[in-house]
Design a protein around this ligand. Structure first.
Ligand code: NAD
Length: 265
């Protein structure tokens, strides 16, 4: 028996990285999955590899009409939308003083307005169906500060705010809204902003060893699977009492600092 048997999940930004991982895991746990992305060919390939319980659609999360079409397509294909994973986002690594207004607004449109419109778009079908689960993919940049991410972080802190307000408004309709705050994602999201476009495949693994040491044989992709597993828990009925929460998946990165000068065992 799958943990999402009988459920229909709409996942945004599913052409690659976290979204594709979530789609594969949800399908393996019995869900019918609708994969949305602006990268139409690529998301089609991911859906085709999953099989006939997966459908790919062109979805631009910035556009209300695009959302309406996506929810209609999901309903036509599988009868309802029980789960929405607001995963699509864009990154900018740039200092605060050098960030252009149009770049700031571009991030707000995709990362913050996009999930907002998504919640609006699925509301009716979830309410009429007796409830649902919405999982917003935030980031540890929505929990702590870091240089170079002022625009990105503002959208992710904003998404946590949306999560909390939405959970209060929608709880009476049995719609749960939670945030996953991962450190790990697709490492290539960052590499395009760094000198020489370095291969960062191992970066999440390295960054998170500061608090919780990774097993010696950990694969780079294992952190991404942890993120997908948290999304699975929040999407499933196993988390029926969870709403409005922030669920960090960061191997302790945001918990605090280890102070070397204090004697410890
Ligand atoms: N990469 C990281 O290190 C990292 C860390 C923490 C959190 N996250 C978060 O994880 C989530 C997934 O990111 P990822 O790491 O898989 O990166 P990614 O770049 O591989 O995936 C993002 C996806 O969103 C899609 N997308 C972009 N704009 C869109 C739009 N307007 N409409 C629809 N789709 C759009 C892209 O085409 C892409 O497929 C994001 O919310 C991101 O902020 C990433």
């Amino acid at each position: 028996m799958g943990r999402l048997d009988g459920k229909v999940a709409l996942i945004t930004g599913a052409a690659q990285g976290t979204g594709a991982e979530v789609a594969r895991l949800f399908a393996a746990e019995g869900a019918a999955v609708v994969l949305g992305d602006v990268k139409v060919d690529q998301v089609g390939e991911v859906a085709a590899a999953i099989g006939d319980r997966a459908v790919a659609i062109e979805l631009d999360v910035r556009e209300p009409e695009s959302w309406s079409a996506a929810v209609s397509a999901a309903t036509v294909a599988f009868g309802a939308v029980d789960i929405l994973v607001n995963n699509a986002a864009v990154l900018l690594l740039e200092s605060l003083v050098a960030t252009a207004k149009q770049d700031f607004l571009r991030l707000v449109e995709v990362n913050q307005l996009g999930p907002y419109l998504g919640i609006q778009a699925v509301f009716e079908t979830m309410r009429d169906n007796g409830g649902g689960s919405i999982v917003n993919v935030v980031s540890t940049d929505g929990v702590k500060g870091m240089n170079g991410v002022s625009a990105y972080a503002s959208t992710k802190w904003g998404l946590r705010g949306i999560t909390k307000s939405a959970s209060i408004e929608l709880g009476r309709h049995r719609i749960r809204v939670n945030a996953v705050c991962p450190e790990a994602g697709n490492p290539n999201m960052s590499s395009e902003f760094l000198p020489g476009n370095p291969d960062l495949s191992d970066m999440p693994h390295q960054m998170m060893q500061s608090i919780l040491a990774a097993p010696d044989d950990a694969e780079p992709g294992s952190r991404l699977r942890d993120v997908a597993n948290m999304a699975l828990f929040l999407a499933s009925d196993e988390s029926m009492s969870c709403t409005g929460g922030d669920f960090v998946v960061d191997a302790g990165l945001t918990v605090g600092q280890f102070q070397d000068f204090i004697p410890t065992t």
